[in-house]
Design a protein around this ligand. Structure first.
Ligand SMILES: *[C@@H]1O[C@H](CO)[C@@H](O)[C@H](O)[C@H]1NC(C)=O
Ligand SMILES: *[C@@H]1O[C@H](CO)[C@@H](O)[C@H](O)[C@H]1NC(C)=O
Ligand SMILES: *[C@@H]1O[C@H](CO)[C@@H](O)[C@H](O)[C@H]1NC(C)=O
Length: 482
């Protein structure tokens, strides 16, 4: 397969750049947006990434540039429906940021006035001190402990190697896919950006150099591979090397433990109250918030971290949202989380480290390849948190929330906001507890509406019947005892 020379810089497609975002480059098919798709969920391997790129390439008749716009994802079909016919789903409000440092007051129930401060406009990000009381924080930690936490990322298994055995892509194709700037050379950062998932391990420039040395890939040792050097290399040795590496927890993309707390009907009163408060805060239709993921509680021990990532994936015709996929028949081959809003709660004061970093918040421009300069990878939250643009210090009871998608200009979810890149800095002392509430919205409005209708039906048929992924029987037994 020959990718056109302009693969990484193809036509921008019909979609206009959103106003006020001069630096945001529209991603084309062979750019990293697709890699984000896989990082959101489980830790898939580079083979999946390449499969996705090839799939997209072929299913578009080899014209990657022809489809820059996010599918019907913008929800245009839904617009033709009569307004208000979907239980208030006609548009999704967004809070106004005004400017960084701006403070607005909001009543979030129980006559408590909360102050909301704008932390950045790109992404649209707010901080709310005392969103949770100390008692609520303690209770959430307690419930999570009762439920039991599990490792957030499982160490790689033999399956990796097996999957690699099946690889059937020519080396020149892989080279082309990785060569972002199409200069005929693979720079370290090009390899890093596209192989960071490896076997679930976080790749650093040093790792790549070691790997080159181990498989004798870079005889002149300059860290750059020419097509000739790349062709000499047996890609299976490469994968064998990765697969054979022992991976420590600290070398994973995410080093934490987590659990889920059911928040629907019948859940603990505190969990219900928090959900109501979020409805007031975001002003989103209650049905959307109620049908979103349960609360995730996360514990980072000393030495824990989560390298910078996005909570949502971009939505193209080949992708579908995990939440609406449950009720739609779509046979889209790739699935991603569609999280319009992230609300993150700090449940304790952390003794050392553990800030939430937004490495490119309010940066003038954004270019994914600029995230890695020489040996500094801004996404690395163990080493380079201090170099990011914005860090939020954990403080018990404080909530931060931000939008992972831009508006489409018609009151619905638009494109992924690449500035929403964020991560959890290394916890240097003590333990860090946080909780996340994600509000799921499908950028495809028709799918979201269908999902809500189905969920409403389930609710009528059987008050207990939630979708499989919100249903949490084990939790039900727990909360009764409290
Ligand atoms: C989903 O598939 C089933 C069976 O294949 C079909 O009966 C049904 O109409 C489909 N629903 C939608 C919304 O396409
Ligand atoms: C957490 O730290 C803040 C100041 O940083 C302090 O006001 C608050 O009382 C602390 N909370 C607890 C439970 O220690
Ligand atoms: C942040 O903005 C500056 C100034 O426009 C630019 O030089 C730099 O590359 C940007 N960073 C990223 C990661 O795009």
């Amino acid at each position: 397969m020959e990718l056109p020379g302009e693969a990484g810089e193809g036509p921008r497609g019909p979609q206009e750049l959103p106003p006020g975002r001069p630096g945001l480059q529209k991603s084309s098919v062979c750019s990293r947006s697709y890699f984000v798709v896989v990082m959101v969920f489980v830790h898939l391997y580079i083979i999946n990434v390449i499969a996705l790129l090839l799939y997209v390439h072929y299913s578009n008749g080899g014209e990657p540039g022809a489809r820059g716009a996010p599918a019907e994802g913008a929800g245009a079909p839904g617009q033709s429906r009569p307004e208000g016919a979907h239980g208030g789903l006609s548009s999704l409000p967004r809070l106004e940021g005004i400017k960084v440092g701006y403070k607005q007051k909001l009543e979030l129930g129980q006559h408590r006035i909360h102050e909301i401060e704008t932390l950045s406009l790109k992404p649209l990000l707010f901080e709310i001190p005392n969103f949770l009381s100390d008692e609520e924080c303690k209770l959430l930690i307690h419930l999570a402990q009762l439920k039991g936490l599990q490792k957030s990322q499982i160490l790689p298994t033999d399956e990796y190697e097996e999957a690699m055995e099946k690889i059937e892509i020519s080396q020149a194709d892989i080279f082309n896919l990785l060569d972002h700037n199409q200069d005929g050379q693979l720079q370290l950062k090009e390899v890093l950006t596209h192989t960071r998932l490896g076997n679930g391990r976080w790749m650093t420039p040093e790792n790549i150099r070691e790997m080159y040395a181990a498989v004798k890939a870079d005889p002149d040792g300059d860290g750059v591979l020419s097509l000739e050097e790349f062709k000499q290399l047996n890609i299976k040795d490469f994968h064998k090397y990765i697969g054979g590496q022992e991976v420590k927890m600290s070398e994973l993309v995410r080093n934490s433990q987590h659990t889920w707390l059911y928040q629907g009907e019948g859940a603990h009163q505190v969990l219900r109250t928090i959900r109501q408060r979020i409805i007031k805060l975001t002003r989103l239709p209650p049905a959307i918030v109620e049908n979103s993921e349960p609360m995730q509680v996360v514990r980072y021990d000393q030495g824990g971290h989560y390298h910078a990532h996005m909570d949502s994936g971009p939505v193209f015709p080949e992708t579908s949202c995990s939440h609406t996929k449950l009720v739609t028949n779509e046979t889209a081959p790739f699935e991603t989380s569609c999280r319009y809003v992230t609300v993150l709660f700090y449940l304790n004061n952390v003794t050392g480290g553990g800030e939430t970093t937004f490495p490119i918040a309010d940066n003038r421009t954004y270019e994914e390849m600029s995230l890695i300069q020489n040996d500094v990878d801004l996404r690395d939250t163990r080493k380079h948190c201090d170099k990011g643009n914005l860090r939020v210090k954990p403080r018990q009871g404080t909530a931060v929330f931000w939008y992972n998608y831009l508006s489409n200009g018609k009151g619905w979810v638009g494109e992924l906001d690449e500035y929403s890149l964020h991560g959890g800095c290394l916890v240097t002392q003590g333990v860090k507890w946080i909780a996340n509430n994600w509000i799921n919205v499908d950028p495809n409005k028709v799918r979201q509406i269908r999902f809500q209708q189905e969920m409403a039906l389930y609710g009528k048929e059987d008050a207990d019947a939630q979708s499989e992924w919100t249903l949490d029987k084990s939790y039900k037994d727990v909360h009764l005892d409290l």
